[in-house]
Ligand binder design. Structure first.
Ligand SMILES: Cc1cc2nc3c(=O)[nH]c(=O)nc-3n(C[C@H](O)[C@H](O)[C@H](O)COP(=O)(O)OP(=O)(O)OC[C@H]3O[C@@H](n4cnc5c(N)ncnc54)[C@H](O)[C@@H]3O)c2cc1C
Length: 455
């Protein structure tokens, strides 16, 4: 008889909180796990792995539930949820923090801000630290401080045998390399992460809105400016569908507002904006602004349901060169004929410190990209799912001559050569690491890194 037992908080079908406990951020997927195990300690995680192995039960690992394709859940199996492992300890002497891998971004930023520090993570308040970090992680501090993985010092995980493995530059360096961009769900269950932390207080924020009539000059000016401007400034631009008819640039700058006014001049000259706002704000207010948080949304606990969860299909690509006029024309054409007014494209400036590493230094390979493109579609009624999904997939395909590659954190199971698009030259090395640490391929899902074939 197996001695393995599930420990921690267990939710099963029929429990009053089962429906909230099983909900993924992308409600396009409606999955019914057999057991949801909210682990509260590393021991709970080891027990869950042991139990799943002994019973031969399929499982998935989950933190913030933001997997685009809902690969942190499954029908009929075990969900190992680590969102309740969220201790935060800041060591001011070493400028480091040990973070429970189950932390969600907004509560984490808020807690770190109380200590006068932060990490350069993503914008969405309820994204999980683990999924975000393992895939690379970018946000509004990416150009001054790099990808989130560039501040990662150490990772602790539970492996396929239920053992605790620590990986850093000295110990299990191959696993540490793979954990910086290889993506969640591949090597083990991460339970804690150590980061360098960045002192933070006030920042300057930027918000500019243009009318749709300025489409070409604004897109052209933004892409020629955002990846090349002062690297203390990180900018994104939301290009909305024609029915909404706006382009909105946002930025975060670690210098003064006076300098920021000077830096944005090329954008302001490109086409007369409808509105410009430049402010100096406490860092945590900038976090709320970029996270689109309404007052009262500060209480994020996914087990109580995410107020922003909705059905969607997103995908993305990277631009290593500026989009030529033909690329901008395709973008405009798709956004002019979008099946939903809520569809949009978001460009995120990269380069700066994120571009200072070589593509092979970490598993995140897209170091030479100038900016990423995120193609976004969402809908209200199930009947609109197909037309919107097709629209977004077609848009990515049409722009492939100008923007390719895939970000492992923007999972898209319609991309046929997903692994190559995600990892390029790093794929063989990732397969080697996978084969070493998870030879039986216990950690798997449709887009996971495979183990090498036995000779
Ligand atoms: C609304 C929204 C906003 C986003 N904003 C950004 C952004 O600003 N910047 C950015 O870079 N990305 C962004 N993303 C993408 C995001 O980084 C990925 O979806 C990420 O994988 C989510 O992690 P999670 O823990 O929330 O999700 P989950 O669905 O819980 O997990 C995602 C993947 O990681 C695995 N995983 C989760 N926890 C662990 C763990 N502890 N150990 C090992 N594997 C684990 C899961 O099995 C799954 O495969 C956004 C996504 C959404 C939906």
């Amino acid at each position: 008889m197996s001695k393995c037992k599930l420990t921690g908080r267990i939710v099963t079908p029929g429990d009053p909180d089962y429906d909230l406990a099983r909900e993924e951020f992308n409600t396009r997927y409606d999955l019914f796990p057999r057991i949801i195990n909210f682990c509260q300690t590393t021991r709970d995680v080891s027990n869950a792995i042991c139990w799943a192995r002994a019973k031969n039960v399929k499982f998935r690992i989950r933190t913030g539930r933001h997997s685009y394709e809902a690969y942190s859940s499954l029908d009929g199996g075990l969900v190992i949820d680590i969102s309740e492992i969220n201790d935060i300890k800041v060591d001011h002497k070493k400028n480091r923090a040990r973070l429970g891998a189950g932390s969600l971004l907004y509560p984490l930023y808020e807690r770190l801000y109380e200590e006068g520090v932060t990490i350069p993570g993503g914008t969405c308040p309820s994204v999980g630290l683990s999924g975000l970090t393992l895939g690379g992680g970018w946000g509004m501090l990416t150009r001054p401080y790099g990808m989130l993985i560039d501040q990662l010092v150490e990772v602790e995980m539970v492996d396929a045998r239920g053992r605790i493995v620590v990986a850093n530059k000295e110990k299990n360096a191959d696993l540490f390399w793979a954990s910086r961009g290889g993506g969640g769900g591949n090597f083990g269950v991460v339970t804690s992460l150590v980061f360098h932390v960045i002192p933070i207080d006030q920042v300057s924020t930027l918000s500019i809105t243009w009318d749709w009539k300025g489409f070409e000059p604004v897109v052209e000016a933004w892409q020629s400016w955002a990846p090349f401007t002062d690297c203390r400034l990180t900018a994104i631009i939301d290009i909305l569908a024609k029915d909404k008819g706006e382009l909105r640039a946002l930025g975060e700058f670690t210098g003064s507002t006076i300098e920021l006014w000077r830096l944005v001049q090329p954008l302001l000259d490109a086409y007369p904006p409808k509105k410009v706002e430049i402010k100096s704000v406490p860092y945590i207010d900038a976090v709320k602004m970029f996270g689109g948080m309404m007052p009262g949304m500060e209480e994020y606990a996914v087990s109580h349901g995410d107020p922003d969860a909705h059905p969607f299909k997103n995908t993305g690509a990277f631009a290593k060169k500026l989009l030529p006029p033909e690329g901008i024309r395709i973008l405009k054409d798709f956004l002019s004929n979008s099946p939903s007014p809520d569809n949009k494209v978001q460009l995120q400036a990269l380069s700066g410190c994120a571009g200072q590493f070589s593509p092979t230094e970490t598993a995140y390979v897209h170091r030479k990209a100038l900016f990423s493109l995120l193609y976004i579609t969402k809908w209200d009624n199930e009947s609109e799912a197909n037309i919107n999904t097709k629209w977004v997939e077609k848009l990515r395909n049409r722009l492939l001559p100008f923007a390719d590659g895939a970000y492992v954190n923007f999972q898209d199971n319609s991309i046929k050569d997903w692994l190559e698009q995600c990892y390029f030259v790093n794929l063989p090395r990732l397969i080697k690491v996978k084969t070493k640490y998870d030879p039986e391929n216990l950690f798997n899902f449709p887009l996971s890194i495979p183990v090498a074939c036995r000779k």
